[in-house]
Design a protein around this ligand. Structure first.
Ligand SMILES: Cc1cc2nc3c(=O)[nH]c(=O)nc-3n(C[C@H](O)[C@H](O)[C@H](O)COP(=O)(O)O)c2cc1C
Length: 334
């Protein structure tokens, strides 16, 4: 059955940045490197975010951290996400990112729930401490001097009795951010339970079109993207876990939002995308580290393949490109 989803897929402006559509790859640590972002762009993503990059490490000029900034070959527009709890260091890091990587946007992480990150006053500690969030955002906005937009990704709050998304959103707007993303789970929830989309609807009401609002959380299918846009009035959506193993979810979603028709990429095409991702990662890291990194990603790519549980036991011991080619050969023959 076809459903009408008129105007849910549309171009978008974030500050002075024009984007062709409103379907984004979320920042995801351990996934959103230039190899995965490459295949997501091939798969129809309109905009892509790096994983969170430490402002402290950038300022200390860590080589490993700088490699997180690498732009994918096909990436005409991308965002670098930075994290930190010190406004001065965040400003310095933003300047460095601008000089070294020239991204089209810098995003500030105010959502990470990992204890080590929170202890330094970064990540979701900033959604709670919204006065500091204001200072951090303002410092980064001033550091980029209007060259590119600065945006912020928040959570709904610290825990169910401390929901501070509204105060955090007001801090972000008054500090001069050009857009806000809400992942409507609390820090205490981590990635468990359900994302509370009703908070996204409340946020769009509260923001009242002052800046664009984006949704992240439990958007695992084209239908979910349609539902969250319709139910909450957000301007765009981010796919995180929904893109793992299926970088074509973006094209599938834009097609659905424009036509109401569900299309699904074949497992063969998905595996080929995984092999392309592996090839790029080998160029970045060398064969063994890339193959080790790709094990978890190929487990996602292999979902739905015949005999996938046996396949997974082989995936988790693969060490070379040849190992992966051999184990996927029966699935990708023409
Ligand atoms: C493994 C993992 C790593 C993540 N890393 C980041 C990150 O670096 N920066 C960030 O803002 N969010 C990060 N997130 C949160 C996602 O961007 C997203 O908000 C969250 O997973 C909810 O979306 P989903 O339900 O579509 O996965 C991460 C999530 C996961 C599962």
């Amino acid at each position: 059955m076809k459903v009408s989803c008129e105007n849910l897929y549309h171009p978008l402006k974030i500050g002075n940045l024009q984007l062709s559509g409103n379907l984004f790859l979320a920042p995801v640590a351990g996934y959103s490197d230039c190899a995965f972002r490459y295949v997501c762009i091939e798969g129809g993503a309109n905009f892509t975010y790096t994983e969170m990059v430490s402002s402290e490490a950038l300022v200390r000029s860590s080589v490993k951290t700088a490699s997180l900034l690498t732009r994918a070959e096909n990436e005409k527009q991308y965002a670098v996400q930075i994290f930190g709890g010190n406004p001065k260091i965040m400003a310095q890091a933003a300047e460095l990112v601008l000089q070294k990587a020239h991204p089209e946007l810098i995003d500030i992480n105010a959502g990470c729930p990992v204890p080590k990150i929170i202890k330094s006053g970064a990540g979701s500690a900033l959604t709670k401490d919204y006065e500091k969030l204001y200072l951090v955002t303002k410092a980064v906005v001033e550091a980029v001097k209007g060259e590119i937009p600065v945006t912020v990704k928040i959570r709904s709050g610290w825990d169910s009795s401390n929901l501070t998304w509204k105060e955090a959103a007001e801090a972000v707007v008054s500090a001069g951010a050009s857009a806000i993303t809400l992942h409507p789970r609390t820090r205490a929830q981590g990635y468990e339970g359900k994302a509370d989309w009703s908070l996204l609807a409340k946020l769009t009401d509260f923001i009242d079109r002052r800046i664009p609002v984006f949704a992240s959380g439990d958007i695992f299918s084209p239908e979910a993207a349609k539902n969250v846009i319709e139910q909450t009035n957000v301007d765009g959506v981010m796919f995180a876990r929904g893109a793992m193993g299926n970088p074509f979810i973006f094209a599938e979603t834009s097609h659905y939002l424009q036509t109401g028709e569900i299309i699904t990429e074949t497992p063969q095409t998905r595996i080929r995308a995984g092999m392309k991702e592996l090839q790029i990662l080998v160029g970045e890291k060398g064969e063994l580290p890339a193959c080790r990194e790709m094990r978890k990603r190929f487990c996602a790519y292999s979902k739905g393949l015949e005999g996938s549980s046996q396949l997974r036991t082989r995936i988790v011991t693969a060490n070379t490109i040849r190992d992966f080619e051999d184990l996927f050969a029966p699935y990708i023959q023409d």
